[in-house]
Design a protein around this ligand. Sequence first.
Ligand SMILES: Nc1nc2c(ncn2[C@@H]2O[C@H](COP(=O)(O)OP(=O)(O)OP(=O)(O)O)[C@@H](O)[C@H]2O)c(=O)[nH]1
Length: 302
Amino acid sequence: MNTHDTPTSCGVVAVIGAPNAGKSTLVNQLVGQKVAITSAKAQTTRARMLGIALLDEVQMILVDTPGIFAPRRRLDRAMVSAAWEGAESADAVLLIVDPIKQRRHELEPLLEALEKRPERKILVLNKVDKAKKEPLLALAQDLNSRIGFEETFFVSALTGDGVADMKQALAAMMPEGVWMYPEDQVSDASERLLAAEITREQVYAQLHDELPYDIAVRPELYQNRPDGSLEIHQQIVVARESQRPIVLGKGGAKIKAIGEAARKELAEMLGVKVHLFLHVKHSENWSEDKEVFEEMGLDWVR
Ligand SMILES: Nc1nc2c(ncn2[C@@H]2O[C@H](COP(=O)(O)OP(=O)(O)OP(=O)(O)O)[C@@H](O)[C@H]2O)c(=O)[nH]1
């Protein structure tokens, strides 16, 4: 509890890493609650979301950046821009690396960018529950000879192993200052957007490899009913007309299952009864659509 008798600290932490390194999982661990969606599919983090972690008198505002590699399409470029914009005013940068799947050369563009950053840097080697020790240590050494990391941590974002120590070190790096957010706020991502993220997570979970990652879930209506329940309407936007029947399933069974699972999770998270209405929309160029970008909290870059 922050009683305000002791001095408080507050700072911004940018979480940087390749797609699938485990950023969202780590943010959720640090915050202690689900704020960003996780999925086995690369580059699912489209919206830039904040998670807020607390440790004693320290508030850490985590900028969970989208996967940032080889930006070819406009959407990818926007994600890179959002990622680094997030790091602009950071007090610390966490580089999170998957030591199992990550190719060393894939990290190079990130390291180059990181080299020029003025922030204090922490290296986080994730997935220690699966990684072998020797190559892990070699990678830590290699990356430390390349970038001046203040500290290196070996963690499992999945099990939480090592995360407490890392959180402690991070908290110690935050400058003294008043908290930017009230104590009970864990995220400033609007509930509307988070609700759409939860549906998108369900679409991935239930359709596995049947869909490319080019789908979006757009929030439409989000309003309280007089009985205290919540009415939510969302659009599942597919890039190709042929993807519509996949999302709908036989006799609408798939979209029903997606909606049911998302509705349950939302009701649990928000603590109210939820009425969720989903429909599928086809938009060939949704990833070029300025409005969609802005809804996802990204800037339109040319
Ligand atoms: N075994 C293991 N798996 C992990 C760990 N951390 C994350 N994962 C898994 O790795 C996958 C990617 O994790 P995310 O947290 O979604 O990764 P991300 O970096 O946010 O990915 P993007 O959204 O693509 O940027 C998921 O399947 C996670 O469950 C870990 O410590 N151990």
